[in-house]
Design a protein around this ligand. Structure first.
Ligand code: NAD
Length: 460
């Protein structure tokens, strides 16, 4: 069956009726759905691992840790804290309203849309959906067609485990997403690139629908010369190639270090890369492949740019038939090269060298604001300067990527890396309206606000 504008309109109509029935507002319904999610990922772990093997040749451990593990933790935090999140908050009142009492009541927004991306297809789909459900909404999920096995499995599993009167999956690509975007939603959370982010924003504007955009950018990694070199190299490798072979929104996009230190860092990265992925990384079972031939061609173009030829100091091997690209380091790439002009989102890692590390602040700030920025240093003063001077969705000192799993952190971008945030309580807040309620009685009514506005009243 074709999923066109008419089908989308009828889906939203049906879901709105179900939302209006009030069913999703109860604590019990929300908890039952979060429990269903937990049961689903525990029982279907093997199928999820297999779907990602099919879509990305993803090593199972990466799926279990970053996709299933992080999502389970989200569900557990929600189960533990939901009652408290749902409890209205007492608010102070003003002298003008005396006597009165006040509270802020969290209420669901209504019917919401989650559009997710291919690189972590389960986490990026289910984590926002669990927030929307916890907040008492009805949800439609549109997974990414670029990861077809994961998209099909999400549709099948949510069909089996969830209350389908209130939680639905629509599979498809641009046409189906366009049909969905034409409808009136109460909130849209979109994960993906900024070009489509702009399309989502324009569609949402027609209905004054609020949005969250989880986008990407060029996340810098600044490396000082006073670091523990081995640990630094391992943590950069883990965040870059150990997360989907660089196809992660928070993967280090490029390194900035000093000219003097760069050769040492390159040597340490080469040594640890070989320890992790062997002498022939194209054959390593511990590295994901590139998701599609389009993305393979895009990455090849970045490498073929004549401004970076001769700059490869490690890797560079490719196998188009298997969509594999080896971890690749490029030293001293020019700023106007293609690879420095767009988010890489793959296994290529350019290294920019500067005379003094402080120059990195201007270098970063001259670009668009990244989703993440990393710093490796032992110098506390420099850490302070970095936190003060660098604007990014999130910062992490002396490691990569792990800030994403801290459930007490808001996860989201700033500027071109996105707007709004979620994770943990922030997911609940993202799909909740905070309704201000003031309670008054009928006493103390001698108010000066009633006409006629006599001289006496005006003097008080
Ligand atoms: P993608 O190709 O899967 O697209 C994302 C979604 O947009 C899909 O569901 C797709 O169907 C839909 N879409 C594509 N074209 C569309 C169109 N013309 N109209 C309407 N919908 C359309 O994913 P992608 O964009 O390749 O993802 C990679 C980007 O996402 C990178 O920039 C990355 O940094 C970013 N990302 C961000 C996060 C985050 O949490 N901030 C997470 C993952 C990826």
């Amino acid at each position: 069956m074709v999923f066109d504008g008419e089908a989308a309109a009828s889906l939203v109509k049906e879901l709105r009726l179900n939302f209006n029935s009030g069913k999703t507002k109860s604590y019990e319904w929300r908890i039952s759905q979060v429990n269903a999610f937990l049961e689903m990922v525990v029982e279907q772990e093997d199928q999820i691992v297999e779907a990602l093997r099919s879509d990305l040749a993803r090593p199972p451990l990466e799926t279990v840790v970053y996709e299933i593990g992080v999502f389970k933790n989200s569900c557990e935090v929600t189960l533990k804290e939901l009652k408290q999140w749902m409890t209205p908050e007492k608010a102070k009142t003003s002298i003008t309203t005396f006597p009165s009492s006040a509270e802020i009541v969290p209420e669901p927004l209504g019917v919401v849309l989650v559009i997710s991306a291919w690189n972590y297809p389960f986490l990026l789909s289910l984590d926002p959906v669990v927030g929307a459900i916890a907040a008492g909404n009805v949800v439609v999920l549109k997974p990414s067609e670029i990861a077809p096995a994961s998209s099909a499995l999400l549709a099948k599993l949510l069909g089996e485990y969830m209350d389908n009167s209130c939680v639905r999956v629509v599979e498809g690509a641009i046409d189906e997403t366009t049909a969905l975007l034409q409808q009136k939603w109460d909130k849209i959370l979109y994960t993906g690139n900024g070009k489509v982010g702009r399309i989502v924003m324009a569609a949402a504007a027609k209905h004054l629908t609020p949005i969250i955009l989880e986008l990407g950018g060029k996340s810098p990694t600044v490396v000082d010369s006073n670091v523990n070199l081995e640990v630094t190299a391992r943590r950069i490798i883990s965040g870059k190639w150990g997360c989907n072979n660089g196809q992660a929104c928070v993967a280090p996009d490029y390194i900035i270090t000093t000219k003097d230190f760069a050769p040492k860092l390159v040597d340490a990265l080469k040594t640890e890369l070989e320890n992790f992925f062997g002498k022939n990384p194209l054959e390593s079972v511990d590295l994901s492949r590139i998701v599609s031939s389009n993305h393979f061609a895009r990455l090849t173009k970045l490498l073929d740019d004549n401004k970076v030829s001769g700059k490869i100091v490690c890797g560079g091997q490719k196998d188009e038939s298997k969509l594999r690209i080896a971890p690749t380091l490029l030293l001293d790439v020019p700023r106007d090269s293609l690879i420095m002009s767009e988010e890489i989102f793959g296994p290529l890692l350019p290294i920019i060298t500067v005379n003094k590390l402080e120059e990195s602040f201007d270098f970063i700030n001259e670009g668009t604001k990244p989703l993440a920025a990393y710093l490796f240093t032992n110098d506390n003063k420099f850490k302070e300067e970095f936190v003060k001077n660098v604007s990014a969705g999130g910062l992490l000192i002396n490691d990569t990527v792990l800030h994403l799993v801290v459930h007490t952190f808001p996860f989201g971008g700033v500027g071109e890396s996105g707007m709004g945030a979620y994770h943990g309580k922030f997911s609940f807040d993202a799909f909740t309206h905070r309704k201000a309620v003031l309670y008054r009685g009928f006493t103390c009514d001698g108010s000066i606000r009633y006409p006629p506005y006599t001289d006496t009243k005006q003097k008080t």
